[in-house]
Write a protein that binds this ligand. Structure first.
Ligand SMILES: *[C@@H]1O[C@H](CO)[C@@H](O)[C@H](O)[C@H]1NC(C)=O
Ligand SMILES: *[C@@H]1O[C@H](CO)[C@@H](O)[C@H](O)[C@H]1NC(C)=O
Ligand SMILES: CC(=O)N[C@H]1CO[C@H](CO)[C@@H](O)[C@@H]1O
Length: 787
């Protein structure tokens, strides 16, 4: 049932996409994509939970930092766990925020360009907004200082910031006397993509180094000199867009440490002859000081390979996702073998799709240790280099492991340097784990911009929880489960969190595993969001198991944070099944409470008018079925021209007298069936309703309100029960009668202090609490209300 449903879903979305395609090319493209989806197997496009910004806010799950003027132009961010601060670089300013609560009082440093610099910038023909100091780089420099660099109104500059974490006296101070040139560390242009990483006191940067943005370079900046890519060598870098960088040790010898750079670049003369974009991983030795006579201050170890992220189609035609949007390096206990996640998009102008691919270091190293790519001339095809490879192997570091013969790259033989210069490209591309994306997003609804990953230990294994930022303020929380037998990947969309009030592109996601928080950046501010809130899935065992959230398990009472065995010596009774979400098995015999939590509702329909019976399951992924109670039997309702099943509930287009009865809404998820709501529908004759407004005494007698029928502005935190009732009432009399309802409310409830007092006298759960809503019996049916 679930399978067919999701397949059908695929088909619909494929068709919707089809309509959007420019249609000359559509046929081939959509056919190719079509089959891709079939391969992906079960998938559900709905998140299990969707939370608006307001809901996140009301749940205390988020805090937002907003800069003074309401606009936060942030250009760099650093999570500093030792100082417990989040450092943000903006326009002429740096902020230091509290990691516990980003909205708490913060420190800031104003660092603007001098008046002369701004003047000179304007004289060069630049616009006023560009002529400011945009902070493009913040890195930990040593235990007492951060290094920061900015565009300095097209005159890049760097400075050190003194930080310290004595509790009573927090220091965050720019060392003004040591401002130095920022060439090679910060670009000139505010929006120029820049990446950086620090390894053993050395800074590695990828950036455009010049005013005109012609010179793209990967730099090493140490205390004694620098190393960089060759100026103007398009074999090394060709119009790159820098995405990320990381230092990863190869083994226990620090001399073998490598730094990896991720970027996209143009590849001229591919098969089709047109310029294409490829994603790349490049690597260098962290201790590469260049050559002595040739390649002076140039990498002697620079190699690069193509990063593949594609889905196989029929007839060997693959759909490639070639545009790397973001990269995340998931560090593990074994420092040498982190997992690398790439967020990619298609470069096609016709169809925009996104994919996440995962790579392991074993595969990446194998590619760099594999054959070199070679071609005779620029217009020839690439082939495997089959000649003699010099020793030490180009791309290896000056270290003991490599024989200890060379103490520095400066001692490398010329032929090694010549080879590495002429053969920077590996022949094999880097393939993703499982040789396929772990996540696909092809419905074209939104752009995916950012990616962060957390590794979570659950009862049935480890899971990578992906947090994906979109261009409309949303963070998607997803797990992906690989099924080895079927060779399919299942995506489980756990939560969809709208972290900002207005739709803006998310430009940064930083995760603090230690604090279980995300720090999400956009132009409107920085939001801090807790990565889990288990209680929201519901307190029943089934609700918790069906959620399949590896952070959460049912603890015997409620859905709460799951801690693997060992953290607490006395392990509590836990129920969780991330892989299958099998609530039937996990929660067998624990459903006693559920019978009581079925929501009971009474709804009035007006004859000949439409009526909606609402049914909103906790999970957006549940499949709903409606039944009508016929004696002891339940008869399934099949939609027809009279009754329609909508996402909000069951809609009677023209209510008939014979529709009156008891309706049951059941949800099914992973084979687990539960009743969400039982609705008693009463159908009123049109004339009776009309008379409601004309005969005063009729009101009190006939329509017995169980709770106030209109919102009380004077009562705190408008209870949802009240609102619901108001809605029922509106439905009953029709929206065209709005004015009369207002008057009615005024007369009967709002103006009467006597009545309000009486109401306050009721036990609280009778009044507004959600509990009263859910445990429906607490709501007095209209014939038995007390007087
Ligand atoms: C949120 O926090 C406030 C104050 O810190 C508290 O009064 C309120 O009950 C909290 N709300 C929830 C849903 O936990
Ligand atoms: C860190 O670097 C700064 C700037 O060069 C220097 O003034 C400071 O003494 C250094 N601190 C330590 C502990 O080395
Ligand atoms: C009694 C009642 O609500 N009647 C409404 C039925 O629907 C029509 C058209 O939508 C309304 O005009 C009536 O007021």
């Amino acid at each position: 049932m679930v399978e067919t449903e999701s397949k059908r879903h695929f088909r619909t979305s494929a068709c919707a996409r089809m309509a959007g395609c420019v249609w000359t090319l559509t046929l081939i493209l959509c056919v190719v994509l079509w089959s891709d989806f079939e391969v992906q197997g079960a998938k559900n496009n709905y998140p299990r939970l969707r939370l608006s910004h307001k809901e996140l806010w009301d749940l205390n799950r988020t805090w937002v930092f907003q800069a003074g003027e309401g606009v936060l132009q942030h250009y760099s961010m650093l999570l500093d766990e030792t100082q417990e601060r989040l450092i943000i670089g903006g326009k002429d300013i740096l902020y230091s925020l509290n990691l516990d609560r980003v909205s708490a009082p913060h420190s800031e440093i104003h660092w603007a360009s001098s008046e002369e610099q701004v003047e000179q910038c304007l004289m060069q023909g630049r616009e006023k907004p560009e002529c400011a100091n945009y902070i493009k780089l913040i890195q930990q420099y040593n235990s007492t200082h951060l290094l920061t660099c900015g565009t300095g109104a097209f005159s890049p500059a760097c400075a050190y910031i003194r930080v310290s974490h004595s509790m009573e006296n927090r220091v965050f101070q720019l060392e003004l006397e040591h401002i130095e040139s920022g060439r090679g560390k910060s670009p000139f242009h505010p929006n120029s993509p820049t990446i950086s990483t620090v390894s053993r006191g050395q800074l590695f940067v990828g950036l455009y180094t010049d005013y005109w943005e012609n010179d793209a370079a990967l730099y090493r900046l140490g205390n004694h000199g620098y190393t960089r890519t060759e100026v103007g060598d398009r074999q090394q870098l060709n119009e790159p867009k820098f995405v990320g960088s990381v230092a990863i040790p190869d083994n226990d010898d620090p001399a073998d440490d490598k730094v990896y750079f991720f970027f996209t670049e143009r590849v001229p003369n591919t098969e089709g002859g047109h310029k294409a974009v490829y994603s790349r991983v490049a690597r260098v030795c962290a201790n590469d000081h260049g050559g002595q006579r040739m390649l002076v201050n140039r990498w002697s170890s620079f190699l690069k390979a193509r990063l593949i992220c594609s889905v196989a189609g029929p007839n060997g035609i693959d759909t490639h996702f070639d545009e790397l949007e973001d990269v995340f390096v998931l560090k593990k206990k074994d420092e040498k073998n982190p997992e690398i996640f790439g967020l990619f998009s298609t470069t096609s102008a016709v169809f925009k799709g996104y994919a996440v691919c995962m790579y392991n270091m074993e595969e990446i190293r194998a590619v760099f240790n594999g054959p070199f790519a070679h071609r005779e001339r620029a217009d020839h095809h690439w082939s495997v280099y089959e000649g003699k490879v010099p020793y030490p192997r180009p791309g290896s570091c000056a270290s003991k492991i490599n024989g200890g013969q060379f103490s520095s790259s400066k001692e490398y033989p010329d032929e090694v340097l010549r080879f590495v210069r002429s053969h920077p490209l590996m022949f094999q591309p880097v393939q993703p784990v499982h040789r396929r994306p772990i996540l696909l997003d092809t419905d074209g609804r939104r752009r995916l911009t950012e990616l962060a990953v957390d590794r979570v230990e659950a009862e049935d294994g480890h899971y990578n929880v992906l947090f994906i930022g979109t261009d409309d303020s949303v963070v998607l929380k997803v797990i992906t489960i690989f099924n080895k037998e079927a060779n399919t990947v299942e995506e489980v969309l756990l939560e969809e969190l709208q972290v900002f009030k207005v739709p803006v592109p998310i430009t940064e996601i930083i995760i603090s595993t230690k604090r279980q928080q995300l720090y999400v950046g956009s132009e409107v501010g920085v939001a801090q969001v807790r990565v889990h809130q288990c209680g929201l899935y519901g307190s029943a065992c089934a609700d918790c198991c069906l959620a399949r959230d590896p952070y959460c398990a049912w603890d015997g009472h409620t859905c709460s944070r799951y801690y693997p065995a060992g953290i607490y010596t006395k392990r509590r009774f836990r129920r969780q099944d991330v892989r299958h979400g099998n609530a039937v098995q996990q929660c067998n015999g624990l459903q006693l409470n559920d019978a009581q939590s079925v929501l009971e509702k009474l709804v009035y329909g007006v004859e000949k008018n439409s009526t909606l019976l609402e049914c909103r399951p906790r999970s957006l992924q549940a499949l709903l079925t409606w039944y009508m109670l016929k004696g002891l039997d339940m008869e399934e309702i099949k939609g027809d021209e009279h009754i329609i099943q909508t996402s909000h509930g069951l809609l009677f287009l023209t209510t008939k007298k014979s529709d009156a009865g008891v309706y049951v809404c059941q949800s099914e998820e992973h084979g687990f069936v539960q009743t969400i709501v039982r609705v008693t529908l009463e159908v009123l004759e049109e004339e009776r309703v009309e008379s409601l407004f004309h005969r005063g005494e009729y009101e009190e007698k006939e329509v017995q309100f169980r709770s106030p029928p209109c919102p009380f502005p004077s009562l705190p935190s408008a209870p949802s029960a009240t609102k619901l009732w108001y809605k029922d009432f509106m439905q009953l009399i029709g929206y065209s009668n709005f004015q009369r309802v207002e008057q009615y409310c005024e007369r009967v409830w709002c103006a009467s202090d006597r009545k309000r007092k009486k109401l306050k006298g009721l036990p609280p759960k009778w009044r507004y609490s959600q509990g009263a809503e859910r445990h429906g019996k607490a709501r007095a049916p209209r014939h038995t209300r007390d007087h």
